[in-house]
Design a protein around this ligand. Sequence first.
Ligand SMILES: Nc1ncnc2c1ncn2[C@@H]1O[C@H](COP(=O)(O)OP(=O)(O)OP(=O)(O)O)[C@@H](O)[C@H]1O
Length: 920
Amino acid sequence: MEYLVGQRWVSHADAQLGLGVVVEIEPRRITLSFPAVGEERTYAIDSAPLTRLRFKIGDHISTVDGVELLVTDIEEHHGLLMYTGTDHHEASVTVSELELDAFVQLTTPQQRLLNGHFDKNEDFALRVATLEHASRLQGSPARGLMGSRTSLLHHQLYIANEVGQRFAPRVLLADEVGLGKTIEAGMIIHQQLLTGRASRVLILVPPSLLHQWLVEMLRRFNLHFSLFDADRLAEMPDGNPFEAEQLVLCSRELFEGRQELQQLALAAGWDLVVIDEAHHLHWSEDAVGEDYRFVESLSACSAGLLLLTATPEQIGQASHFARLRLLDPSRFHDLATFKAEEQQYRALSAMADSLERGKIPAELPADLDPNDPPEELIEQLLDRHGTGRVLFRNTRDAVAGFPQRILHRYPLPQPEPYALAQVDLAERLHPELPYVDDSWLDFDPRVEWLERTLKTLRPAKVLVICAHAATAVALEHHLHMRAGIRSAAFYEGLSIIERDRAAAYFADETGGAQTLVCSEIGSEGRNFQFAHHLILFDLPLNPDLLEQRIGRLDRIGQQQDVEIHVPYLEDSAQETLLDWYDRGLDLFRDSCSAGYMIFQNFRERLLPELEQRTEQFETLLTDSAEFTLRTRDELREGRDRLLERNSCKREVADKLVEEIRSLESGETLEHYLEALCDAFGVDQEFHSEHTLILRPSEHMLTGHFPGVSEEGTTVTFEREKGLSREDMEFITWEHPMIQEAMDMVLSTELGNAALGTLKLKGVPPGTMLLEALYTVNCVAPRALQVERFLPLSPIRLLVDARGKQLADLVPHARLNSLVERVKKPTALAIIKQVHQEVDAKMAIANQQAEARLEEILTAAEQDMRNDLGAELSRLEALRELNPAIREEELEHLRYRIEECAIHIQHANLQLQALRLIITT
Ligand SMILES: Nc1ncnc2c1ncn2[C@@H]1O[C@H](COP(=O)(O)OP(=O)(O)OP(=O)(O)O)[C@@H](O)[C@H]1O
């Protein structure tokens, strides 16, 4: 080996030393300085673990003066290498190796392989597997949807997929109570974040739901939201607090009367704003509430907006319209037109039905071609004339699988003080209201009944709901202090912590409260389906509120029939209202999305009956029941049906479920995580089937492995187990542990250079094979989603001694099982001899990969143009008829197609891993 002072060498025993400069040569010893680490090392010349650093044409080098060059030519002068290259001004510059920057990292597979920095064959295999999995996930139709810790429910996956794919989704999620709107919103947020379409998200909810949202986002989607409340804001340093976090959760009330805070939230800018229980936003044609105005301003400065409500018309059709207007002001600009359009939806649904039966309706809109297949016609009808792009609503009927609701009525005698005192309607319905003290507890028969009933139902958990906070507080106090019943109160006056403590006490299976006494507002949106007894201490004067109450228990996850107990005072407004809800609306047995509309329809006849029941009441009941039946039928056949068709297309949802199940089935993920743990030095212990305990070991490759705590983390690959065992992490391809570990592999050189031997029948010993793995590297803004059409697309090549391609003949997995490791000294000896041969094979591999790249890029561009082009033509056709399509969506799509094409055309190859194999 010829050493000369000034030459650059690298230590293959210790890659971290960086580049070494020969500073002294003695007869048997050689000294190198390693400037990057400020060390000098002396070696015996015969056994120095050194490899001459020779850059290649095409490599990027940098000099001590900070000049960056792309090498175009290399010559040797008196034993020193002279590199000629182009700098960033495209000027040609020649530098001697003396001038090279010592901090140079040898990271490319070729540099590492030729400089003797070998990885284990297992690490090489891990790198290849990582690239293949990453590429497959990028192209998966279930991207962003497979990682949630939820049951795979069709209606939710459909909506999440449909909405999550949109640029800047602006929709109203209006599934009936308890069908999982929070979960749908979580899936959409997760998908938008994972695919880079959104990075800043603001969620506004009622105070009682803050904690529930925080926990649901974390537990089900691994999304860490920061909860902003008055205390947190007070503690934050100067500056805009909303800019300090990307994912923020706070209550709408936080902004009430605080203009300055509103301005800060607006100034921070968001990609997606989510408003839960959106029916509370105040809007009427005469008066617009501060809350509505604030959300309207937020909506104007955020690309995406999700509004959630189970009872969109709870405050009437006008305010329902107002929320749609927030989503798409250019579409929903006039209430009267909107009302007229609503009438059309029913006719459209009837048309869709006839099409389904194979009949072309005479009144089919002119823009549809009756010769198209009926399925396509239905799609076009819904697409072009329905409300589906903005409004999603699934009903219990459509989702199915819900338990029964059973009503129990308890007539109680009217006590004298109430009979004498009642004046207005509110007091008739809630006779305890006027009492400033708790004296009503002594004579109101509902109190004694409540005490008795709770004792009879013991140990079953019972949720009690009443209209007012004061009633809830007094009742709970009584139950707790006087009746010895374990209870807690839950109402709007409590702090968030107190509320969560009360809910947790109620949820606690052992030693928790038997009953939780809630006020109307306090309990909205909460999950109490672990109980199946509901006591309605009074009844609200709005069917949608009653539906909200029942929905606390009658929601996804309810295992038993829901027992609804209603105590009421005989011959009172309560009895009349109960009769009307029960016999007029049949609301206790079946939810009714038109409850408020029916109430409005009969309001004028109903209210006087609540004051004083007359003989007319029976007729009112019959009329209401008939009207309800008709309305239910109409809805079933009309608007709801139309919405359902848009809110869940079974075939699409089936495919998503199938895709997720297939990604979860088998043991691919399990084996992959095991390989990751082996590579990074994480210990694995068997826990139970498809479940492991992971612990950091003493031989960790890096200081930390994502998601593995010091005391150990239990992980399961089974969805069912993941759902029932809160103490375990449910691992999917989208779990942060896997995503971050994949990033760790791909952002370092782990496994990118390896050497092994192989016995192959018929191949003479000493033959060289080069296995190379390339990916397609497309640098593009994440929001463009280019990887949907152009994923990493790993290209594997296996070049033999004569330059023949053997990749198909000897697949990677088979090669892995045959390759044997080589001891480092032998490997170094081999590599020194095959330098030039490797270069020659690399040139062949590069050429072949380039040819493949061209094919891949052409196909990707075609795919992209087909896919986005079809979407564009569909939207352009739609826009002619349906102003629900916003112009900016079209513009964005056109821009996106051209931008994607440019980025695809500029994609290049990246060599990801190289393995040299010698036959023995
Ligand atoms: N896919 C799912 N897998 C498991 N649990 C689910 C799923 N979807 C919903 N749930 C559970 O069902 C309950 C209802 O869901 P969620 O709170 O999202 O409903 P909602 O439609 O927002 O209700 P509300 O109308 O009361 O606001 C919650 O306890 C939720 O965790």
